[in-house]
Ligand binder design. Structure first.
Ligand code: ATR
Length: 279
């Protein structure tokens, strides 16, 4: 029996997830098929229910349905609960289990692939939408010294930080919220979780946020990330796109479904070769 999975979104045609999971499956000897499923904007739930009724085992969820998936999950992992969004569903017989693997994907990429252990560092998280909310809990769990969340609309940064205050306290991580203009200087790791790069912009924050030798990561990849990456490189930072995060969050989802952890390095290398990108 081949188990079926899919990435569900709108749009979904450019998703790399089918290729990534096909490589994971080949590597681990797991028998599964992974497809793209375009859900109408007003038909997410019915699309999912039909897919599950056809015997599928689970799915990934992408824009704009991660909040809808959160609501549809009968139970959720702690990290999904904290981020308020679900990007991975497992269709268990006793109800759908929801997880959010984005944060672990980001942290694994920073720590293992980019070789930057976050413990003790100063981290700047730029943005306070769904993408930022999905990763803040995992960033805190990696125990940097401090995380400052900055956003154009400062209320949203404050709300996000307030929502994570308990975790920050128990993890011994100082949390702060500020406007883009108030972003602190000399940050070791800067993560762009805004959608500004979609508009081809460079960076929503000023170059003084970058400490010498900082890592500046955009959660996007391809042409959408290029403006931010060029800005970071021009100001002496090590730039990194979101491709590693994409592969790592997929590996976390694969583990959530199959209980098997794939080796991400050859998959990331294959994607980079195909896309012709450097980190
Ligand atoms: P996503 O799910 O990708 O996070 P979102 O929830 O719409 O999308 O959030 C988009 C993020 O990008 C927000 O932090 C948004 O800032 P606001 O909360 O102030 O709207 C940020 N963003 C979008 N366009 C921006 C711009 N031109 N300049 C600065 N920040 C921008």
């Amino acid at each position: 029996m081949t188990d079926r999975y899919a990435v569900v979104g709108n749009p979904v045609e450019h998703s790399r997830s089918p290729a990534i999971h096909a490589m994971f499956a080949a590597q681990t000897g797991q028998r599964l098929a992974y497809e793209r499923l375009l859900a109408p904007l007003d038909g997410f739930e019915s699309t999912l229910r039909a897919f599950a009724a056809a015997g599928a085992k689970g799915c990934n969820i992408t824009v704009p349905f991660k909040f809808d998936a959160f609501v549809l999950a009968a139970r959720r992992t702690e990290r999904a609960q904290l981020g308020g969004a679900v990007n991975t569903l497992r269709f268990d017989a006793d109800g759908w289990a929801g997880d959010n693997t984005d944060g672990a994907g980001l942290v694994n990429d920073i720590q293992h692939n980019a070789g930057r252990p976050l413990a003790g560092l100063q981290v700047l998280l730029v943005g306070s939408g769904g993408a930022a909310a999905g990763v803040l809990g995992s960033l805190i769990a990696a125990r940097p010294e401090r995380i400052c969340v900055v956003n154009r609309t400062v209320d949203k940064a404050q709300a996000l930080v307030a929502n994570h205050a308990h975790l920050g306290h128990t993890s011994g991580v100082r949390l702060a919220a500020a406007t883009l203009a108030e972003a602190p200087a000399n940050q070791d790791v800067v993560v762009n979780a805004t959608s500004t790069s979609l508009a081809g912009a460079t960076s929503p924050v000023e170059p003084h946020v970058l400490a010498r030798g900082a890592l500046a990561l955009d959660m996007m990849y391809g042409p959408k990330a290029q403006g931010f990456l060029d800005w970071a490189t021009a100001h002496g930072a090590e730039s990194r796109d979101g491709l590693g995060m994409l592969v790592e969050q997929a590996a976390e989802a694969f583990f959530f479904w199959r209980g098997v952890r794939p080796d991400t390095a050859p998959v990331l290398a294959a994607l980079r070769a195909e896309l012709g990108t450097t980190p």
